[in-house]
Design a protein around this ligand. Structure first.
Ligand code: ACO
Length: 445
């Protein structure tokens, strides 16, 4: 099979959101800390009616329906998520209820987990399958879904929730350049979930920022080496029209892109314009570690990169800024945003995608767009504006109350959700009951 990639996609996010501006006031932090300092606008969250399984059910059902894909045409289904519910039981197994009527139980794949990287691992598995001798001619589906919640404190405004489903197969309008992938994996304790009684992670915020930016450096360096090997010429950012980064919060995306520009300068001063070169020059002597900690360099890089950031990254940031960190879904919500914004002009363009999961696993890879009409169809079917417009604003006080309720729900049995179903959009799956044996049942609203 040729040109394996994304044939169709859909996005789902809960209707309830809290404004970051109101959250600043409620939390008593300085005005602008979350909206400018973190660069976030709103934060989507689940009530006790929804969880990562219901969001996955909603987005997969919607994908199958909107694109009229018969359920027996799916031969592989993989979920990337770090939201742990039944621990040994994959979210994928819960999704099999969508295939019962068709009688199709012949669907390979289970869940992939490593912080925000699981969606990328699931995607790699599906691409590998379609490209392999094991492929039976059917489609694969990748689901990237998470509910990101943090304990009260500085990390809480970097939560979010959402799910993305992608149909994978040959002759796709979004084709992955499989040979061009730079990966960086290492052992770090920057963010992890050792306390199985709590949904909240243990997070070392500062360390996670440094690990993330170090991974940007390593992955980009390796990506460039591969590009040069296969293309016979060096890679620079001018070879990519857009850059999408995993988005814990937008400020880190700004810093990451600035870091890529600095990397181009370090690789060869002629890869950036003269003015940028002159501004980077005083920092050229810094060791890689020192350069990561240098605040002046960070500031200069962001200034130098600003125009390119607006062109290459700006069109990918809306959903991550509107919804917050969706962990595994975050990077792919960036892709959905780009298709939404630019579907008619993406033909032939290359994009870079940077995936980061704490702990840590990271990859920087590329894809190319073909088939403009199909992209417009995807944009239309995702209908992102209607989804955003049908959201419900919730006060910070109600948001905090919901977080308290969710703390009592995590790992609990024998309950019926108490949140109002009026917060659900039509066709959303929701939890009807968790029984005395922790078994979950869902229905469609
Ligand atoms: N107006 C404008 N900017 C402000 C204001 C203000 N009033 N107040 C603060 N800021 C800026 C700060 O200068 C800082 O910007 P800088 O990074 O460019 O210097 C930014 O806002 C954040 O302020 P900090 O004081 O650094 O924030 P704090 O340390 O309280 O928390 C953090 C930020 C560490 C990101 C926290 O939210 C966190 O731990 N989040 C979860 C971890 C995370 O997302 N890590 C990313 C990779 S791993 C992953 O994906 C989970």
């Amino acid at each position: 099979p040729q040109n394996v990639g994304i044939l169709a996609m859909d996005v789902y996010f809960p209707a309830s959101y809290v404004s970051q501006e109101e959250l600043e006031e409620h939390d008593g932090v300085s005005k602008g800390k979350y909206t400018i300092g973190l660069g976030q606008d709103r934060l989507a969250f689940c009530t006790d009616l929804e969880d990562v399984i219901s969001m996955s059910l909603t987005v997969v059902k919607s994908l199958l329906e909107k694109y009229e894909i018969p359920a027996d045409r799916i031969g592989r289904l993989e979920v990337g998520s770090e939201t742990v519910i039944d621990k040994s039981k994959a979210i994928k197994t819960s999704l099999m209820q969508l295939f019962e009527d068709s009688g199709n139980g012949d669907i390979e794949g289970v869940d992939s987990t490593n912080a925000c990287y699981g969606g990328t691992a699931a995607l790699q598995n599906c691409l590998n399958w379609v490209e392999s001798s094991a492929w039976d001619g059917r489609y694969a589906i990748v689901v990237a879904a998470d509910s990101a919640v943090y304990a009260e404190g500085p990390a809480r405004p970097t939560g979010g929730a959402g799910a993305v489903a992608m149909l994978i197969g040959p002759d796709a309008p979004i084709v992955f350049e499989r040979r061009l992938s730079g990966t960086h994996m290492a052992n770090a304790y920057d963010f992890y979930k050792p306390n199985l009684a709590s949904e909240y992670p243990v997070v070392d915020g500062k360390l996670s920022q440094t690990c993330y930016l170090q991974a940007v450096d390593s992955c980009y360096r390796r990506f460039c080496l591969k590009y040069e090997k296969f293309a016979g010429k060096p890679f620079t950012l001018s070879d990519a029209s857009y850059v999408i980064c995993h988005a814990p919060y937008n400020k880190l995306v700004q810093k990451s892109f600035a870091r890529l520009v600095y990397n181009d300068y370090l690789r060869n001063a002629s890869f950036v314009d003269e003015e940028a070169g002159a501004r980077f020059q005083p920092f050229a002597i810094l060791s890689p570690t020192d350069s990561l900690l240098n605040r002046d360099l960070e500031k200069v890089s962001q200034e130098v990169a600003k125009k390119q950031y607006n062109e290459k990254v700006g069109p990918t940031t809306m959903l991550p800024k509107e919804l917050g960190n969706m962990y595994c879904a975050s990077l792919y919500a960036g892709l959905a945003t780009l298709v939404h914004n630019k579907s008619s002009s993406l033909d032939g363009e290359r994009i870079l995608m940077f995936s980061y999961g704490s702990g840590l696993a990271a990859s920087l890879f590329s894809c190319k767009f073909t088939g403009g009409q199909k992209l417009s169809e995807i944009a239309e079917k995702m209908d992102i504006v209607a989804k955003l417009d049908s959201r419900i604003a919730v006060t910070p006080k109600e948001f905090v109350e919901t977080m308290h309720l969710m703390e009592t729900r995590y790992g609990a049995k024998d309950y019926t959700p108490i949140s109002s179903k009026s917060t659900l959009r039509p066709s959303t799956f929701y939890i009807t009951q968790v029984d005395a044996l922790y078994r979950r049942t869902y229905e469609r609203y």
